[in-house]
Write a protein that binds this ligand. Structure first.
Ligand code: HEC
Length: 246
């Protein structure tokens, strides 16, 4: 009886938590676009790393990740990595630190956070939508706002690639407009290329959040193969044993 009551209580608590979660997530009304990352896609990770270094590292470090490991995992030859990835004068064995001078860290209200774990904390989907929903808002210090991170303190770092994104609604009040439109021809990339670039950055950050997963997934395939082969032999052996009994 006591057990039963406990189970009911647990179920009720779960339902309450679930409904709280639903109401909490509906507070941001932006319809999140889904994304399926693939850390086995090395060309995408390489492009993501290049974009990250070009457009994000100026402010955000990856302080638990080393250049050398990144180059090895992404199959970038070390001499190429030295020339094309390291602009901070560091050695190839160094951590991916930002070149941002200490004194400028407060320009944005607070220091730009380290992004090594951001994909695990925020999730890939959030990151993807975050990088796609900056829009012009003259009332903000940098002239831009964001649909999934209202009143964000970060400028639109990829503006040059995307072009100038604006709210596409006639009449709107602050966060209500749920449609964005980029001024035609204002960016280096078209919409598909921009989506791809953002995807590559998120893919790269997903890898950085757990670099050993690449290794683990490769090992996993061998383990499965081993189990299949073992299974076949076990089956044959089993048949051999029973043959004499029948
Ligand atoms: C000019 C400096 C600057 C550049 C360049 C920059 N950021 Fe930021 N970023 C910031 C600041 C400052 C914040 C903190 C914003 C806040 O808390 O309001 C931030 C916040 C973020 C966050 C949210 C972190 C969190 O969990 O709260 C993410 C994700 C992010 N940046 C990703 C990027 C990516 C990806 C790039 C490159 C495409 C980039 N940033 C380029 C300054 C920058």
């Amino acid at each position: 009886m006591v057990m039963k009551i406990r189970v009911y209580t647990l179920v009720t608590v779960c339902f309450l938590l679930a409904s709280f979660n639903i109401s909490a997530s509906s507070a941001t009304s932006w319809h999140m676009e889904a994304i399926e990352t693939n850390i086995a896609d090395k060309p995408s990770l390489q492009r993501g790393a290049r974009l990250y270094i070009g457009y994000c590292l100026g402010c955000h470090s990856l302080q638990y990740q080393r250049y050398e490991r990144t180059a090895n995992d992404l199959e970038i030859p070390l001499d190429v990595a030295l020339d094309s990835m390291i602009f901070t004068g560091q050695k190839i064995g160094g951590l991916i630190e930002t070149a941002m001078p200490e004194e400028s860290k407060n320009w944005f209200g607070g220091p730009p956070p380290d992004l090594t774990m951001v994909a695990r904390v925020r999730g890939n989907e959030w990151l993807y939508n975050y990088l796609k929903t900056f829009y012009v808002d003259e009332s903000r210090p940098f002239g831009v706002n964001n649909k999934v991170f209202p009143n964000v303190g970060m400028p639109h770092a990829l503006l040059e690639l995307q072009g100038i994104p604006r709210e596409a609604c006639e009449a709107h009040s602050e966060m209500d407009c749920l449609e964005l439109k980029v001024d035609e021809g204002s960016g280096v990339y078209d919409a598909d290329q921009y989506d791809q670039a953002v995807y590559d950055i998120v893919n790269f950050l997903d890898y950085v959040g757990e670099p050993s997963r690449l290794e683990r997934e490769r090992l996993g395939i061998y383990v499965l193969l081993f189990l299949v082969i073992l299974g076949v032999f076990t089956y044959l052996l089993n048949r051999e044993f029973w043959k004499d009994i029948h």
